[in-house]
Design a protein around this ligand. Sequence first.
Ligand code: GRF
Length: 197
Amino acid sequence: MPRLHLGFLASHGGSNMQAIIDNVKSNLIDAELCCVVSNNSSSFALERAAKEGIPAFHISDKTHPGNCTDQIINTMKSHNVDTIVLAGYMKMVDARLINSFNGRVLNIHPALLPKFGGHGMYGINVHKAVIEAKETISGATIHLVDSEYDRGRILAQIQVPVFPDDSPETLAERVLQGEHQLYSNTLKHIADGLIII
Ligand code: GRF
């Protein structure tokens, strides 16, 4: 039986999710890919899931007004998920969802937290802020999700250089490559018992 049962929440491209899928399929991570939920019906993450044969669902405040969180919890539970992986999920996660999975909800942030996190710090805004602050090193952080943006326990980080001629876009691309390695390696360490959550 696989050690981790992963359920994904993703809003857009899902490239981190894809990197994890590839590493599960190649047996780097001892995990089962249980299901994918997106709040965005046209997200590429849902297409990726369909292509991979992973059960995929569009669940949002619009599809399930008033009980979106319950629907996400039920969907994850009915697919035997024990660990939730946020992969570019643009919604605040309700405390009930976190509690239903005993805090086993992970997120990736495209900077070295605790710097450059918090409200409004998402997507290209993060990389703009890093460049404006004249940082020479950026990176990505995997952390547990709690009720405040980007504040949960940090599990792992990867560093990447910031070059003097970087634009937010070139930096974002370098960080994203790092994210793909970091998310899979962290999940492998969790599956192998090297990181306890
Ligand atoms: C990543 O930069 C991640 O750090 C942030 O959202 C982005 C998701 O990218 N949370 P993708 O959908 O995995 O390609």
